[in-house]
Ligand binder design. Structure first.
Ligand code: SAH
Ligand code: SF4
Ligand code: F3S
Length: 486
């Protein structure tokens, strides 16, 4: 049996990709393991969004040398966004890496290649266990090229019909079910991006946007729910530009179709683009609020209209604020989170202050904020990196301080209220960790048996990062609640 360890960097599209590949490998009889030391195959799914993300990858690759020396047949594969645009460089620099496959490589070919890797690995592992050496004449892959795309091109590839179906399923993603945690599924509904925000490398690493078929997505979600998934996250770089390639149905129709799947589960999605947020999407969320979480991740990026234009975001500060108002009007009690970049080329101090102003005006429940990182293959690359590093980090620190204060105030509004939460796991401090539909973290005391179930919590206290609560009695019966309240 071949053991596989996944190291997944980056966004949830990578999480979904790793989950999809993992379920394909499980179909071949492989098992997922929790540590590098237990693995025969290590797959690293890489992220290129900021320079820091790439640096983390290189230091991780350095750490793997020891594992390769200890286990000569160990195979290490690099996939994902860095592999898309630095493939040759990686092949040259990391001779101990067995294969490199970019995020844009055709999925069916990649999985076919991967199944060959598993066959070779099985042979080498058996031989090694008997002799403590590798076979002299390696039982090679049909094509040994470590560049997966070139390997598959050179090979007269006959893809089994079943593999095409498996590939679609793998491309859609799947579940992460770490031991002792709730089962959550991450489903790609689109891949790639056509927006070309000028700072962003994603269109270069993932290519043009394509949507998966609505029918396939619904089938996949139904399958995940049947397997016990309690939370489904629909993923795309710009989910609300979703268009079914077969029927032309848009994102609101997809949300409705997913909400109509029977079962007790929650649905989230990331990320929508403000320019594509339409009323019908919001109305669908309100209509199916039992399934569709009242949470919207709504990336702002910058508060100044001039900077937004330089970023090619195609909305103004006023349009963004109007959209926020509409979201709040249609989905009462919705929580909002966002992404913000500070120090974009040419961003003046005054323009940065406009970002703070919007942050204040909206009152986000959560924000991910970053200093601008200059990326190759983006339009902003040629705009330079004009904001000094100290200035960028000072802006980030100030923004984050402000945001933390806002979060504390927003969290305090929950105190004394009841909320339905999904219990995720036992946290390191011994409490149960759960999340509300609005994506608030809630901790409370309870038994392991509650993990993976929906329960009702009374919020006692609020900090900036999480809420502390107490479990209400079994909420499955209204009578019981009434008894307790009385
Ligand atoms: N498609 C999604 C997510 C893109 S990546 C979206 O559009 O929302 C996640 C976040 O990383 C972006 O929203 C942006 O805030 C940030 N990001 C992207 N490129 C960046 C760069 N070059 N420097 C700093 N942050 C960046
Ligand atoms: Fe990047 Fe913009 Fe596409 Fe998001 S919408 S992935 S930020 S280009
Ligand atoms: Fe990173 Fe690629 Fe996602 S660059 S953020 S893993 S799309």
């Amino acid at each position: 049996m071949i053991s596989v360890f996944f190291k997944t960097y980056g966004c949830q599209a990578n999480v979904a990709d790793s989950a999809g590949i993992a379920s394909f490998l499980e179909g071949l009889g492989c098992v997922q393991v929790e540590t590098e030391a237990a693995a025969d195959l290590i797959i690293i799914n890489t992220c290129a969004i900021r320079e820091k993300a790439e640096q983390k990858l290189y230091s991780y690759l350095g750490e793997l040398v020891d594992f390769k020396e200890a286990l000569p047949y160990l195979k290490i594969g690099i996939i994902g966004c860095v592999a898309s645009y630095r493939k040759q460089e990686m092949l040259k620099r990391f001779s101990y890496v067995s294969f490199v496959s970019g995020a844009r490589d055709e999925r069916t070919s990649f999985l076919t290649y991967l199944s060959d890797v598993i066959v070779q690995l099985q042979t080498e592992k058996q031989f090694f266990e008997k002799t403590l050496t590798l076979p002299a004449v390696s039982v090679d892959l049909p094509v040994l090229n470590r560049d997966v795309k070139a390997a598959m091109k050179a090979r007269d590839l006959v893809v089994p019909a079943a593999r095409i179906k498996e590939s679609t399923q793998a491309a859609l993603g799947g579940s992460l079910a770490p031991v002792g945690e709730v089962r959550r599924a991450f489903i790609n509904i689109t891949t790639g991006c056509n927006n070309y925000c000028t700072y962003c490398i994603v269109p270069a690493t993932r290519g043009r946007e394509t949507s998966y078929s609505l029918e396939e997505i619904v089938m996949r979600v139904t399958h995940e729910v049947a397997q016990g998934a309690k939370e489904i996250t629909l993923i795309g770089q710009n989910v609300n530009s979703y268009t079914c390639p077969e029927t032309g149905q848009r994102f609101a129709a997809l949300l409705e179709a997913v909400a109509l799947i029977p079962g007790d589960f929650w649905v989230r999605y990331i990320s929508p683009h403000p320019k594509d947020m339409t009323r019908d999407v919001l109305e669908t969320m309100a209509k199916y609020a039992d399934k569709l979480c009242s949470w919207c991740h709504f990336p702002l990026q910058a508060g100044s209209t001039r900077v937004l234009e330089l970023m090619n975001r195609t909305y103004t500060k006023e349009e963004y604020l109007a959209q926020v108002e509409l979201i709040r009007q249609i989905i009462p009690g919705v929580t909002l989170s966002t992404d913000i970049i500070v120090g974009f080329p040419g961003e003046t101090h005054e323009e940065y202050l406009e970002t703070l102003e919007v942050v204040d005006a909206v009152g986000f429940d959560m924000a991910y904020s970053f200093v601008y990182s200059r990326r190759k293959y983006t339009k902003a690359y040629n705009m330079g990196d004009t904001c000094p590093a100290e200035e960028k980090s000072a802006r980030l620190t100030e923004l984050q301080q402000k945001q933390r204060a806002i979060e504390l105030v927003r969290n305090q509004q929950h105190v004394g209220k009841n909320m339905r939460v999904l219990v995720e796991k036992r946290s390191t401090n011994g409490k149960l960790l759960a999340r509300s539909a609005g994506n608030s973290r809630v901790v409370f005391d309870g038994d392991d048996g509650l993990i993976g179930t929906f329960v009702e919590i009374n919020v006692l206290e609020a900090g900036q990062a999480e809420l502390r609560g107490v479990l209400r009695v079994d909420t499955s019966s209204d009578t019981k609640i009434k008894n307790v309240v009385a």
